[in-house]
Design a protein around this ligand. Structure first.
Ligand code: SF4
Length: 162
């Protein structure tokens, strides 16, 4: 698993200052993908040295670490999210899959043995738009206790007629 790039972002997870790690080797191949270079196996290996370096540099200014992609190795994403949680930060996963791996039928995302505070599910469909589009197929879920709350609407800005 490799990190192609990273950014400090404010909008991907509403209410959080997030270090977003853009993972490569994406297997989803969404038509109209906004980051087609992430289909290639490029970047720096995701390991303790890389994560510790980023946390030492940015840990004091962020509240959350988001893994953007990584659908080729979801268990690895979860393993590194556990590692991040030990530092007291929140964790998020942006998956391009429509469902979370191995989810029981009556749940959206497994409630137990899950290291994430936020999970975004759904492939990118150009005609529906991303999370900021009210027509989007994608969903951002926030953990509230043992439940998952659909927080997608928090991306949609209200407009007012003056
Ligand atoms: S999941 Fe994201 S990076 Fe992967 S193909 Fe779809 S839009 Fe592109």
């Amino acid at each position: 698993m490799k990190v192609a790039s990273f950014d400090i972002v404010f909008q991907e997870i509403p209410g959080e200052v997030t270090l977003a790690l853009n993972l490569s080797n994406c297997p989803c191949h969404c038509p109209g993908c906004h980051s087609p270079h992430l289909a290639d196996d490029i970047g720096e290996p995701l390991n303790e040295e890389l994560l510790n370096g980023l946390l030492a540099r940015y840990g004091a200014m962020i509240t959350c670490v988001a893994f953007m992609g990584g659908d080729a190795e979801p268990e690895e994403v979860a393993r590194w999210a556990e590692y991040i949680k030990d530092s007291g930060l929140k964790t998020a996963w942006y998956s391009g899959r429509p469902t979370y791996p191995n989810t029981p039928k009556n749940q959206i995302i497994p409630n137990t043995q899950n290291p994430f505070d936020y999970v975004k599910l759904g492939p990118y469909i150009e005609s529906l738009g991303g999370l900021k589009s009210p027509t989007t197929n994608q969903r951002l879920y926030k953990r509230v206790g043992d439940e998952w709350q659909d927080s997608t609407a928090s991306f949609w800005k209200k407009t007012f007629d003056i």
